[in-house]
Design a protein around this ligand. Structure first.
Ligand SMILES: [Zn+2]
Length: 457
């Protein structure tokens, strides 16, 4: 197995300067997807990718959409080979660059300095996607064909909400459906430890508005006899968590799985220091469910948070008012096993049961996306963990992600396909910020990692 990797790894080492030059070319194209003024640049970046993939012998094409184009490329595996069909996903569009004056140089004039390449998109996601492209280029140069059938899908609207993605997946499902998707748009666990993200939390948003009297009242006349909606609201919100940090909405934890002992041990071994993590933001004590590991709180436990409260008089001075209404925005991070729509119902029932006769409540829903947990039974998950451990020297971990990456959910829903998320970005890459960079060792070890993964297919 490793025999097949070795000559590819050597070639990647030799070709590092050329690979950096290719990445620089791509970084010079200002493919900002959200700003219509850069639509032509997005098309140029898509064309650049098509030409590059075609130069490696892939059947590559630009596929126009109502928004920015997709790039799709196919390669057959070795003649007579069996293997799986893999789909690689990345995005060639980038975030806007403002505030421009905080950049030390032109964001689209990449430079290599201090062991990193610096430009908009260097990390997110041009540098990352090129680690796979370079690994594949070297593999084909050495072995003549990829180790298995391969499809590459590059999106140009990831940074602007992916409006064309789901329709494109639907229209081209037969062409794009593969056994497993590889997504390179995430980071290392820290500067050393490679990570494969296997769960992403979902999100449910609710706004509640509690109405009382038909107008604001004076507390001298009505205080004590009229119900105050803020009193109702704060009692409800105050009861959202119990003393142990658990969410009190009935049925909230139904279907929430316990962490497997093996996973728990692996997370413990990461030595995550809650004090340091919280210390950076001026805090000290984990506020999640008592008795849970801090990483569990972020990666594998569902949460409820009050994001905003509005009501009454909040201006200068004082006004003794009983407001006619009070409202709050509450959001829930969800884990696999929780149904966002059912939870919305139980949250609303729970709130309504606490509304006194003189008040009424109004609800506004704000999004409901389920969490996803990857089915890691595909043998490539363990193979990739081995491959990454070999390259980075520290054992790769299956991690969770507190936030969400919608693409993985779309692949599952539209194409019935699991995703494996692996990437080499670092926390200090300044993605979406001025002076974005990608470390040369992320780039170099990243391509070597993909070569080692390909060797295990
Ligand atoms: Zn990205």
């Amino acid at each position: 197995m490793t025999d097949r990797a070795a000559p590819v790894l050597d070639r990647l080492d030799d070709q590092m300067p050329a690979a950096l030059e290719r990445l620089s070319e791509l970084l010079r194209i200002p493919s900002i997807s959200t700003d219509p003024a850069y639509a032509d640049a997005c098309t140029a970046a898509a064309d650049w990718m098509v030409a590059d993939l075609a130069s490696m012998g892939l059947d590559a094409s630009r596929r126009d959409t109502p928004g920015r184009p997709m790039v799709v490329a196919h390669a057959d595996g070795p003649p007579g080979g069996e293997g799986p069909h893999l789909l690689f996903y990345g995005h060639y569009d980038v975030q806007p660059v403002d505030p421009l004056d905080l950049w030390r140089r032109d964001p689209f004039d990449p430079v290599v300095e201090d062991g990193a390449i610096r430009a908009r998109g260097a990390s997110d996601d041009k540098g990352q996607l090129m680690t796979f492209v370079e690994a594949l280029r070297a593999w084909i140069a050495v072995h003549g064909a990829p180790p298995c059938r391969l499809t590459i899908l590059l999106e140009g609207e990831e940074e602007s909400g992916s409006p064309s993605l789901v329709p494109f997946l639907r229209e081209n499902a037969a062409e794009l459906r593969a056994d497993l998707a590889l997504i390179c748009d995430t980071g290392l666990y820290d500067d050393r430890v490679p990570a494969i993200a296997t769960s992403l939390r979902g999100l449910l948003g609710e706004e509640i508005v509690i109405h009382g009297a038909n107008r604001d009242l004076h507390s001298g006349s009505y205080g004590g006899i009229a119900m105050n909606p803020i009193r109702v609201l704060t009692r409800i919100l105050g009861g959202l968590h119990d003393a142990e940090g658990r969410v009190r909405v009935p049925g909230f934890y139904d279907g929430v799985p316990e962490l497997e002992p093996e996973r728990k041990k692996a997370w413990q071994d990461l030595g995550f220091a809650a004090e340091a993590f919280l210390g950076e933001v001026g805090l000290a004590d984990p506020a999640g469910e008592r008795g849970r590991m801090p990483l569990e709180m972020i990666w594998s436990r569902p949460t409820a948070e009050i994001n905003g409260i509005l009501g009454g008089y909040t201006g200068a001075g004082f006004k003794t008012v009983l407001p006619a209404q009070a409202s709050a925005k509450v959001s829930f991070r969800l884990v696999a096993g929780q149904d966002p729509h059912r939870l919305r119902e139980s949250f609303r029932d729970w709130v309504m049961a606490q509304i006194p006769a003189d008040c009424r409540v109004e609800f506004h829903g704000h999004g409901a996306s389920p969490a996803s947990a990857m089915d890691t039974s595909h043998p490539l998950f363990d193979a990739a963990r081995e491959a990454l451990s070999e390259e980075w020297g520290d054992a790769a971990v299956f991690t969770g992600m507190g936030g969400s990456i919608p693409i993985a959910g779309h692949f599952r829903e539209e194409l019935g396909m699991e995703s494996m998320l692996a990437g080499w970005a670092k926390d200090d890459d300044r993605i979406h910020s001025p002076n974005e960079k990608y470390d040369l060792d992320s780039f170099h070890k990243g391509m070597r990692s993909w070569a080692r993964v390909l060797a295990r297919v």
